[in-house]
Design a binder for this molecule. Structure first.
Ligand code: ADP
Length: 446
């Protein structure tokens, strides 16, 4: 087993990985920008290395600095967390060249899934259902028009290199197609440096349901059930729950079996998430994330499996220690992403945290690097913590979530806690009846 792991990330996820390492007796190296000197992930690490100035490009995304930090500290493996370099195939490749283990899949699998057109073709060939659309990239308007007529309007134009919900254009009729194509192409080029685009049927009222998988790269893979991430703002997840209130056990078992055997056939290594839209009883693949997800703790709460420890064991060459029939899904878990933002306008609210008191008690987990006296820097995304709550059933989980939100004290900055409190008064949320557009509609009416 590794003796020392470098965690190439910051904030709550850096702490999360550190905790897993500590329980396995593995020493940790934190890296940080000059803006993060006082961050909790630096304070709690065994060692820390400053890797650059505040801008992420010069620090958390700076591959030479990270390599130097590995060299100086003798770290044998790197955990990338999520975001930053977690889905950067080049980073994984460079580590491999330096004989440092990357705690994640192979660069080849990262590359194929990072190109959405290639990803869709790959999973379709493995038997996973995909959204009807263009067979690969769209090259010109005539081709786009033909595909749109075949699948029917409305259609969605997406960037092959897309991510973070950016670069998507809905087209409702033929007359809007030309402009939408050029806008999508220009946006894709500006945001991702790649103007390849493709087309999909736009689904009207789907839910976003994603399956967690774990695979050992030796042809074994299992699934850990699904998460429902339909509550989104600007295609960004806000609250997630597991299991999905919209799925029955037969549907779960069927699709879970399909994704696990597809990942086994692919020879995939590590944890991954296969994302689907679910409408009228049908699943449609949209993308695969080849890393740990922000919302992974709800799966951990439900299954009792530590996903980060699984990642580390697999990166160290161990096979899967769990069989599919050892995974059970008793109970219910919900996560709220707590952002330092105004809960109505979503304007970021960095600054000094004057008071901090997280909730506790049975079934409550808070993953956060915040403490009283901590100054939230303005340079990074506004996620400052996650409240994850488990209950024997969905009703208990909702009651416990409401109680926990009421207990949560964060003073000095604005947070999205009041948004979650108001969501929990809504009958649709209480009944689990919402699709991917529900939250935007709710916010527009409020
Ligand atoms: P990204 O990588 O940018 O997050 P995804 O492909 O995962 O892009 O899509 C993000 C979100 O956009 C989905 O969760 C869903 O809300 C919406 N979306 C994506 N594809 C479609 C589609 N074909 N029809 C309707 N909505 C979609």
């Amino acid at each position: 087993m590794f003796d020392k792991i470098l965690i190439a990330n910051r904030g709550e996820i850096a702490l999360r990985v550190q905790r897993a390492c500590r329980e396995m007796g593995i020493a940790t190296v934190a890296v940080h920008s000059t803006a993060d000197e006082d961050a909790m992930h630096v304070r709690l690490a065994d060692e820390s290395v400053c890797i650059g100035p505040p801008s992420a490009t010069d620090s958390y995304l700076n591959i030479p600095s990270l390599l130097a930090a590995c060299e100086i500290t003798g770290a044998e493996a790197v955990h990338p967390g999520y975001g930053f370099l977690s889905e950067n195939a080049r980073f994984a490749e460079i580590l491999r060249e330096h004989e440092i283990a990357f705690i994640g899949p192979t660069p080849e699998h990262i590359k194929v899934m990072g190109d959405k057109i290639a990803a869709k073709q790959t999973v379709a060939a493995l038997g996973i259902p995909v959204v009807p659309g263009s067979d690969g990239a769209i090259h010109d308007e005539a081709e786009a028009q033909k595909v749109a007529e075949d699948i029917g309007y409305p259609v969605l134009i997406k960037a092959s290199a897309g991510g973070g919900g950016r670069g998507m254009q809905i087209v409702r009729s033929r007359s809007d197609l030309g402009l939408a194509l050029s806008t999508a192409r220009a946006e894709a080029l500006a945001a991702f440096g790649d103007d390849a685009i493709y087309m999909e049927k736009f689904l009207d009222k789907p839910r976003h349901i994603e399956f967690q998988i774990v695979a050992d790269g030796k042809g074994n893979a299992i699934h850990l059930g699904e998460r429902d991430c339909s509550l989104q703002r600007r295609h960004q997840k806000v609250l997630e729950e597991a299991l999905s209130p919209a799925l029955n056990a037969a549907e779960r078992e069927r699709l879970g079996g399909v994704v696990a055997s597809a990942m086994a056939d692919l020879g995939y290594t590590g944890v991954g998430t296969i994302e689907f839209l679910f409408e009228d009883g049908e699943f449609y693949f949209i993308e695969m994330n080849t890393r740990l997800q922000v919302e992974h703790p709800i799966t951990e709460m439900l299954t009792g499996i530590d996903l980060v420890q699984e990642q580390i064991r697999i990166a160290d060459g161990a096979g899967l220690t769990l069989a599919q029939d050892e995974v059970s899904f008793a109970g219910h878990a919900i996560e709220c992403r707590i952002n330092a933002e105004n809960p109505k306008t979503f304007t970021p609210s960095p600054g000094l945290v004057i008071a901090y008191h997280p909730p506790g008690g049975l079934g409550v987990r808070v993953d956060s690097g915040v403490y009283a006296g901590y100054k939230i820097p303005p340079y990074y995304d506004s996620l400052i913590g996650k409240l994850i709550v488990f209950g024997k059933n969905r009703t208990e989980c909702l009651m416990r979530l409401r109680r926990s939100l009421d207990e949560f004290v964060i003073e000095g900055v604005e947070t999205t806690i009041p948004l979650f409190q108001s969501l929990l008064t809504q009958p649709d949320i209480i009944n689990g009846e919402y699709d991917i557009h529900w939250l935007e509609e709710f916010l527009a009416e409020a």
